[in-house]
Write a protein that binds this ligand. Structure first.
Ligand SMILES: NC(=O)c1ccc[n+]([C@@H]2O[C@H](COP(=O)([O-])OP(=O)(O)OC[C@H]3O[C@@H](n4cnc5c(N)ncnc54)[C@H](OP(=O)(O)O)[C@@H]3O)[C@@H](O)[C@H]2O)c1
Length: 306
């Protein structure tokens, strides 16, 4: 698969990441088949979090891929920490260190390629994050660091104390939830699209060599479901189907191709557990839609232009 450089690190990674949040749905042999399909496709960058399936997702993945050193060196593993279900968020040094140890144990590995701070902790003490990152880096447990769901000021606050570069920011982005794009189109207008919900995170990440990893590329709303083939989005689906027919691919492929067409060089994270759908996602790495098609899709999703 086509690859990109992750942030300013020396990691050259597949342009599409495989999210493992939903892997608990699969039984052992289904999980093995799914992971093998991903590897066959060159989709060897896997996204995890300590909380997915309360830790089960990391465990199931490690078993499915039959983790051992010969396997480990052929794949990239990213995991996240900082959410404590039922409690809140926790970027304390103790929690970060314990969470990483838990992930390593479940993943049956001794290092993560990337660790992301999952969701902003209102009580963050960046000095503590810095200490935790230093320990994780010097012990070899984590090779690269990033964040998720953070705005530019939150990243800047971390960067004041943390010496490792922030190489990725995982953010909710899809055709239907494109506010980070719309605010740049609508600058300064008296229209809701002009609201900077994330303090211009898109341009900030481009300026600072931070790779955006869009999560939920097929979802709409908070957790309403998938917008593809959904009667609630007739215009968007008609447009996606029309462009899909032109390129002789599926609407899944075009949805991914829309994200990849953005010049920010993003790395979308898929969440499918269906091998055929994963193949369609990966196909997008080779489909370059035109500027006109990109805007047609954007508008068909209900995004209006000033
Ligand atoms: N950083 C964060 O805060 C955060 C938050 C959420 C997720 N994530 C990461 O991002 C990854 C992707 O998120 P996501 O799972 O929400 O993304 P997604 O790829 O938008 O959604 C995947 C889900 O949509 C279904 N789906 C996709 N296309 C479909 C279609 N055409 N028809 C019917 N169902 C369809 C999939 O079902 P099938 O399995 O049947 O294909 C799967 O259940 C996660 O695995 C996780 O690693 C990160």
């Amino acid at each position: 698969m086509r690859t990109i450089k992750l942030g300013n690190s020396d990691l050259q990674v597949p342009v599409i990441a495989v999210g493992c949040m939903r892997i608990t749905r699969l039984n052992r042999s289904e999980a093995e088949n799914f992971v093998q399909t991903a590897l066959d496709l060159g989709a060897n960058f896997f996204d995890h979090a300590d909380i997915y399936g309360a830790g089960e997702c990391e465990r199931i993945f490690a078993d499915a891929i039959q983790m051992q050193s010969s396997v480990r060196e052929k794949i990239f593993i990213q995991s996240k920490c900082g959410i404590r279900p039922g409690i809140g968020y926790d970027f304390s040094k103790t929690h970060i260190l314990e969470a990483v140890d838990g992930s390593l144990r479940r993943l049956k590995t001794d290092y993560l390629d990337v660790l992301l701070l999952h969701r902003p902790d209102a009580l963050v003490e960046p000095e503590e994050v810095a200490e935790a990152f230093d320990i994780l880096q010097s012990s070899g447990k984590v090779r690269n660091f990033g964040v998720s769901n953070q705005n530019p000021m939150q990243i800047q606050l971390l960067r004041k104390f943390v010496k490792q570069p922030v190489i990725a920011n995982q953010l909710n982005l899809s055709i239907i939830n494109a506010s980070m794009i719309s605010q740049g189109i609508y600058v300064n207008r008296l229209h809701d699209s002009a609201l900077t919900r994330d303090v211009s995170i898109l341009d900030f990440c481009r300026l600072n060599d931070i790779t955006i990893q869009p999560w939920g590329p097929f979802q709409y709303g908070l957790s309403e479901g998938v917008f593809l083939d959904n009667a609630k989005f007739p215009q968007l689906n008609a447009k996606l189907d029309e462009i899909a027919a032109k390129y002789e691919v599926s609407n899944t492929t075009i949805t991914m191709a829309w994200l990849l067409r953005h010049p920010a060089k993003m790395q979308p994270v898929t969440g499918t557990m269906n091998a055929e759908r994963l193949k369609d996602c990966v196909k997008a790495a080779d489909v370059h839609i035109t500027r006109e098609e990109w805007y047609e899709i954007y508008k068909a999703a209900g995004n209006v232009m000033p």
